[in-house]
Design a protein around this ligand. Structure first.
Ligand SMILES: Cc1cc2nc3c(=O)[nH]c(=O)nc-3n(C[C@H](O)[C@H](O)[C@H](O)COP(=O)(O)O)c2cc1C
Length: 162
């Protein structure tokens, strides 16, 4: 209740069930790329601290940054985390434990960069549903070269195995 007598009750700070997942409130962190994993995609101590801070800040749910899902074409930029190898899983376990100890839930955003991959630490070229060069330019802030995107020429062949 405010000094003017208006009722400010709102469901956002109240506990909530997202399907079977109990949340302490409805406040969620959107996925935000951080470019701070190791070159081979392992989550770092810096990432553990970052996600822990969001959890201790009171959010109910935290969505991770976009995570690549294979060790071939899915990576979108250098220093992006993956969730493929045992080392990746181990790194994310530390993040999850930090978030849970801060009282929040966490979901993983799994992504395949497709044609707009601008950095792949294993050297794979981008693939996409069609061999069309994306408009615009690669983003330097994400480790891209800054020039035109690469045309995903191998798409049809590679998609069948992705
Ligand atoms: C630095 C930064 C990194 C982002 N990284 C991702 C990402 O990894 N995955 C994603 O789906 N969206 C990403 N986004 C988009 C945010 O999730 C988006 O801005 C958020 O959903 C808010 O959307 P709105 O501006 O439409 O409210 C990013 C945004 C920013 C500012």
């Amino acid at each position: 209740m405010t000094t003017t007598g208006r009722d400010l009750t709102h469901p956002a700070p109240e506990p909530f069930h997202l399907a079977a997942l109990p949340l302490r409130n409805r406040l969620a962190v959107a996925p935000m790329t951080r470019v701070s994993a190791t070159p081979d995609g392992r989550p770092t101590a810096q990432m553990v601290d970052h996600y822990r801070e969001s959890a201790s800040g009171g959010f109910g749910l935290i969505t991770t940054e976009g995570i690549y899902t294979d060790t071939t074409h899915s990576q979108g930029y250098f220093n992006q985390p993956g969730l493929v190898t045992d080392q990746h899983v181990e790194g994310w376990q530390a993040v999850v434990e930090a978030v849970h100890s801060g009282g929040a839930a966490i979901t993983a955003q799994l992504m395949h960069a497709g044609a707009i991959s601008q950095g792949n630490s294993r050297g794979f070229q981008p693939i996409g549903p069609s061999a069309v060069r994306p408009r615009g330019q690669m983003m330097v802030d994400y480790g891209g070269a800054g020039g035109a995107w690469v045309c995903p020429e191998r798409c049809r062949q590679a998609i069948s195995t992705t």
